[in-house]
Design a protein around this ligand. Structure first.
Ligand SMILES: [Zn+2]
Length: 167
């Protein structure tokens, strides 16, 4: 069982928290996934100070996603319906950003990843001007590495760093 994941911007203004049970569920999904990039969206809510996104659930790859060993372009099939349902039925959870997996590789974002994050920030139907990108790299059978980023209007993509209470 893995621990909670928490990471913050250098100025401590933006944080991301993925509770251990959610992260474990993500890693379990990766174990079934044989060497292809995969991913989806993350949903949840912000804490009361509105400085930390807390992930409560995530999607796998929608059926229209494009995937290969070193490429993942998330599709959209079914997502809007799920997002609407989360908002209405599950205590106002909403879209927080994206996650994906770089199998046997490091979790650094590609230039395409950065471009997609910016496009998601501008996507009106997500109502999320500051989306998060969480990347898992490595091998879920042995060791995974994580990196997290947030896209900020006027600042671009900045990295969120792990604190001392690591996994
Ligand atoms: Zn990527």
């Amino acid at each position: 069982m893995t621990g909670n994941y928490e990471a913050w911007s250098e100025d401590s203004k933006y944080g991301l928290r993925i509770p251990s049970q959610v992260l474990q569920k993500m890693l379990n999904l990766l174990l079934e996934n044989k060497g292809t990039e995969t991913g989806g969206i993350m949903v949840g809510y912000y804490n009361r100070r509105y400085d930390c996104a807390i992930v409560t659930d995530f999607s796998g790859p929608p059926s229209d996603s494009k995937r290969s060993k070193n490429f993942f372009h998330r599709g959209i099939n079914g997502l809007q319906h799920w997002i609407n349902k989360l908002w209405q039925l599950q205590h106002r959870r909403y879209y927080l950003g994206e996650w994906h997996f770089h199998p046997f590789s490091n979790p650094s974002p590609s230039s395409i990843d950065i471009k997609q994050l910016k496009a998601n920030a501008e996507e009106k139907s997500y109502s999320c001007p500051e989306p998060i990108l969480f990347i898992i790299g490595g091998d879920p059978n042995t060791k995974c590495d994580y990196k997290a980023f947030v896209y900020l209007k006027g600042k671009g993509t900045i990295e969120l760093f792990r604190g001392l209470e690591n996994i």
